[in-house]
Design a binder for this molecule. Structure first.
Ligand code: NAD
Ligand code: UDP
Length: 391
């Protein structure tokens, strides 16, 4: 870790301490990135967000002196309308933009907010970086790939088994979205356009950029548990939906049969990839990187089954006899929902440029994550369940 030892990059050059403007630092990924930067590097972070709950332990450490005192500074601001943004970018060596509406329940129900958040609000960040000659690491999504080519073949077609028809490659795969009425794709489309704009700023104006495409990063502090640290009726991403059901001893809801496939990567593995990008600009600039774990593929149904088993183990509570229940996407998400069928990241580019590989198996990452969920929420849930319902 940090002090004293000379840190070097992948090419053996010393790493000089950076000031990083991190937008969306109070979110799930931001909180883990701040933690890593404080614990293991000498870098400074200007942390921008509208919320700070998930990084409170870094901003107000319980034991003083702490190794990162003075290296993280929180700025509560909304980048939609705050004139401080450009100044903070100018003060920094590097900007990392994580801010976005990024929960599928919002894409078809709040498509305007989704498009504004993922495209319009990101524009000034790109512009300030480009105009001031500052490096940008922008967070996009694996969803820019949309559906696989293979998903359009007949169900039993042998080519569906051919990796050419489903593996997602940064520099080759097309972006395949549904029709405009399928508002699910408003997010992916906005992310695609901001990627194209950043790429064009690189090509025409020399912007030094890196684009990250996360493939279902999961772990502690992801999203919220409805009724505990988020709205009762809120619908978070699948990890928190399933955790909430397990904590409340309710069946896990499988949308449209739970047949979609996902690859899940442990947040702590993924953050190592981001740190490599931060500290190896010569290897990361100008690149788009898939960051995921191709070995951790499951259907959503298999995820539900595994989480049920893992939760029984870590909580010591027996699983329900019928642990899952089917719901239609229309019932669960409303009109305009659609889904990505399968997401296997090609790892060639990140492996070649940064030598990064994910390490943690799905079982292990679920075990540590559900242990955290149980410790953090089980007592609070018990209390809300024992309270009489207000009339
Ligand atoms: P998150 O919702 O936990 O974090 C986003 C943070 O940005 C939140 O704290 C939010 O308050 C903040 N924010 C949003 N709008 C803002 C604004 N106008 N001004 C200031 N702050 C604002 O989500 P996350 O999982 O940490 O995702 C971070 C980024 O990674 C997003 O761009 C998302 O699209 C992308 N991503 C994440 C995943 C994943 O697996 N977690 C997958 C694909 C893409
Ligand atoms: N899903 C589900 N039940 C839930 C929440 C999500 O079956 O309670 C499904 C959803 O339809 C999708 C997958 O789980 O197929 C992953 O959803 P998530 O919200 O994590 O985001 P995505 O990977 O689609 O971006």
């Amino acid at each position: 870790s940090g002090a004293g030892i000379a840190r070097v990059d992948l090419d053996g050059r010393p790493i000089r301490p950076l000031t990083i403007c991190m937008i969306g630092a109070g979110g799930f990924i931001g909180s883990h990135l701040c933690e890593k930067l404080m614990a293991e590097t000498p870098h400074k972070v200007l942390a921008l967000d509208v919320y700070s709950d998930k990084i409170k332990h870094l901003l107000e450490p319980s034991t003083l002196p702490c190794p990162w005192a003075g290296r993280i500074q929180f700025h509560r601001l909304n980048i939609k309308h705050d004139s401080r943004l450009e100044g903070l970018i100018k003060m920094s060596d590097l900007t990392i933009n994580l801010a976005a509406i990024c929960t599928p329940a919002d894409y078809n129900t709040r498509p305007l907010d989704t498009i504004y958040s993922n495209f319009i609000d990101a524009l000034p960040v790109v512009k300030y970086c480009s105009e001031n000659g500052k490096r940008l690491i922008h967070f996009s999504t694996c969803e820019v790939y949309g559906k696989t080519i293979g998903s359009f073949l007949p169900r039993d077609h042998p080519l569906r088994q051919d990796p050419k028809y489903y593996v997602l490659k940064e520099d080759e795969s097309p972006c395949i979205f549904g029709s405009i009425e399928k508002q699910r794709w408003s997010y992916a489309c906005a992310k695609q356009l901001i990627e194209r704009l950043i790429y064009a700023e690189g090509a025409e104006n020399g912007l030094e950029f890196t684009i990250v495409r996360p493939f279902n990063w999961i772990g502690p502090r992801m999203d919220f548990i409805p009724g505990i640290d988020g709205p009762n009726e809120g619908v978070p991403r699948v990890l928190a939906c399933f955790s909430n059901a397990l904590l409340r001893h309710q069946p896990l809801k499988l949308v449209d049969g739970g047949q979609s496939q996902r690859t899940f990567v442990y947040i702590k593995d993924a953050i190592e990839a981001v740190l490599l990008m931060i500290e190896n600009p010569a290897r990361a600039n100008g690149h788009i990187f898939n960051v995921g774990n191709p070995n951790n593929e499951v259907t959503v149904r298999q995820l539900a089954e595994m989480m049920t088993q893992v939760y029984a183990k870590v909580s010591g509570e027996a699983a329900l006899e019928e642990p899952t229940v089917d719901v239609s996407s229309k019932e669960f998400y409303g009109e305009g929902y659609d889904d990505s069928d399968k997401r296997i990241p090609d790892m060639t580019i990140i492996n070649r440029q940064l030598g990064w590989d994910p390490k943690t198996s799905l079982w292990d990452l679920l075990e540590s994550t559900l242990t955290y969920q149980h410790r953090t929420y089980a007592e609070a849930i018990k209390q809300t369940l024992s309270k009489p319902i207000a009339s």
